[in-house]
Design a protein around this ligand. Sequence first.
Ligand code: NDP
Length: 461
Amino acid sequence: MADREVDLFVIGGGSGGVRAARIAAGYGARVILAEEYRVGGTCVIRGCVPKKLLVYASRFSHDFEEAAGFGWTVGEPSFDWATLIANKDKEIARLEAAYTANLDRAKVTIVKSRAVLDDAHTVRLLATGERVHAKHILVATGAAPSMGHGVAGIEHVISSNEAFHLTELPKRILIQGGGYIAVEFACIFAGLGSEVTLVYRGENILRGFDDEVRAHLRHEMERRGIKIICKRIVEAIEKVDHGLCVELSDHDDILVDRVMFATGRRPNIAGLGLETTGVRIDEKGAVAVDAFSRTSVPHIYAVGDVTDRLALTPIAIREGHAFADTVFGGKPTAVDHVNVPTAVFSEPEVGVVGLSEAQARERLPKVDVYATTFRSMRTAFLGGEARMLMKLVVDGMTDRVVGCHLVGPDAGELIQVIGIAVKMKATKADFDATVAVHPTIAEELVTLRTVTRSHVREAAE
Ligand code: NDP
């Protein structure tokens, strides 16, 4: 016999779970949400939010350097890691409290406990042993860093989780991986003054992004002093007198103070008791769901990173909201995963929406590319070398802008707005018809008059 009965039991208090719980409760459902760590999940506690605070901190080094060109005299800047981390922790605690208060206001019962499934309708709270009978269950347990295959000395390696709580800024750090997290942390540490080496197993960082973006960002990161080593992996890590000695696959040794792996994340499904329910797990180890986030068991749903569809916070939030609308609001809603704008908070930033040039060439008979690189007004004034990349990928048959790729200041802010135009199926002519805002960086997007190159698919291709 269960001790309590609810309409919805949400396992996981991250972006997806919190939104689903709040909206479902708003529809009148009796909701319990269980979170074993801290309310807010990866994004708020050890992901997007603290990361962005570190990104802000890391950019001051450039600002101080550039200030002199504008007439400022800045004394010798010094940076205190402990102050940054303490202030970051204070802000995260504030946000966690706000999330908790929002759930309380929505009359969601929060239980600070790990929750496991005893069967398809019964959830057990490990903290108290209480068993809850739930009409619906939402699995929103997120994902955790995957440290790859076990190399010798893996115990010396940190993930992004630990990077947020280091007691001091490493003088030298080696980061393995070429995805969002590796690139972002490489830029954060470099901006704060660390000597950074990034080791990536493939040809170039940010696999899956537009090739021109990858090349441009790599060049800019290298120009800022980050050492990028591709086509290598970390073979072993050994603790030595003055730090950690990292052996790469080409037998080169690199001496650093910290080693961080950002080699992907795996869905949190272990030990949840999902096997007692018959919920299908897909070949990637994620909970398999349909367009409405429903698992193979009709009253059990899953949203966010545990489903490994598109591991982005705003997507998890939408999936959680859509689930609540579907199940408790009588409005079946599927989340649209197409043309999702995204940003990499590297230095410089990357902003992307839609198809890369290569993807467009695979899918469309004719593709026109408009691309430019240029120095911003600020950079040119200061005699700097950093160049911005702007690129529009256009369907040559319909004139529709199917992709936009930016590398440079505020690319993340810009791509949010361009994402609306791309989502609305704006054409290149619409971009051209829009008057420039002068003087801005973004105006280049509406003044790209000349086709850089066109690809026409041959009949036999
Ligand atoms: P990614 O999947 O983006 O990148 C993982 C990287 O590690 C890839 O470069 C991959 O190489 C490499 N890799 C994987 N396994 C191994 C291995 N065994 N040995 C060596 N290298 C390996 O994961 P992240 O951890 O960077 O980020 C996870 C997700 O979180 C992202 O996909 C993104 O969706 C989300 N995120 C979003 C952010 C944002 O919106 N700004 C910020 C941070 C994370 P290969 O390319 O060859 O597969």
